[in-house]
Design a protein around this ligand. Structure first.
Ligand SMILES: CC(C)=CCC/C(C)=C/CC/C(C)=C/CC/C(C)=C/COP(=O)(O)O
Length: 259
């Protein structure tokens, strides 16, 4: 048996849209009397009787849609204003070389190569365990960011100059920021597994903040790319911790690195 909503939509000319702005247009052609309860419901005028849950749900996607578009508009506008190092001629264009050094400090290549080198050089099994897990974390991060970038396909900001040091194909997309995920992941990893003096721990957190802010200042990302990247990196560390590789759980891997 057809639901009351679907039969109403058929009467209204076959529209399947549940969005109120479309329903108000549709209702001009509807044979339902203007003061009927269902007409009041469609036009959003509150009736004495409580609205059925089905009709309340119709308003939410539209509200959510407006809220999301507003957030994205604010994000684009603010990110463009903060992109003060996006080009040599930008307001803070002279700071661009420094921003690019910060960019390299969070790039995948130095982190992967450094960890790989450390793994080959390490002679203690405890160090090997930590470095092997760091390598796993960095590779997992690379894969996850590539997957999300490939799904979301959000283009980089229009003011970005694509002059980045070594990129892969999905790096033409900006959501999420790979630098932000890596910085958050590495920071959590290092704070958990390295015994560092307090000033160094503070420096590590500051580095995450500087790398994150520099992504927007360089014009590489919108703010939401960076915020989501930080969140993703933070969560990825929990995955690494959960899958922690040890000589017991992955003996073959550890046999590879034992001298
Ligand atoms: C050395 C080992 C063990 C493996 C190398 C594997 C490999 C394919 C590395 C690629 C590293 C690479 C090119 C990463 C891209 C980093 C990057 C430019 C991310 C984009 O960051 P974003 O913040 O602009 O999104």
């Amino acid at each position: 048996m057809p639901s009351p909503r679907s039969s109403r939509e058929r009467r209204a000319g076959g529209s399947s849209s549940g969005r109120p702005e479309f329903l108000s247009l549709v209702s001009q052609r509807s044979p339902i009397p203007p003061d009927s309860p269902s007409r009041r419901k469609e036009s959003g005028i509150s009736a004495a009787a409580p609205m059925p849950e089905e009709d309340c749900m119709k308003l939410n996607p539209s509200f959510l849609g407006i809220a999301l578009s507003s957030l994205l508009a604010i994000d684009l506008w603010a990110s463009k204003r903060l992109g003060v190092c996006a080009g040599e001629g930008s307001t803070w264009g002279s700071a661009r070389p420094l921003m690019k050094v910060i960019e390299i400090s969070g790039h995948g290549i130095p982190w992967l190569l450094g960890t790989f080198y450390g793994l080959c050089q390490s002679d203690s099994s405890a160090a090997r365990e930590v470095l092997l897990n760091l390598l796993f974390a960095l590779l997992l991060d690379l894969v996850m960011v590539a997957v999300v970038k490939g799904i979301v396909k959000r283009p980089r900001p229009t003011h970005n100059k694509m002059d980045m040091f070594v990129t892969i194909s999905v790096d033409k997309y900006s959501f999420p920021s790979g630098h932000a995920t890596r910085a958050a992941l590495v920071c959590r990893f290092v704070l958990r597994h390295l015994v560092l003096a307090i000033p160094l721990r503070v420096l590590m957190v500051l580095w995450v903040l500087i790398v994150s802010v520099s992504r927007v200042m360089l014009g590489r990302h919108n703010m939401t790319d960076v915020l989501f990247g930080l969140l993703l990196g933070y969560m990825l560390y929990s995955v690494v911790e959960y899958c922690w590789l040890s000589p017991l759980s992955a003996p073959a891997l550890f046999a590879l690195w034992s001298h």
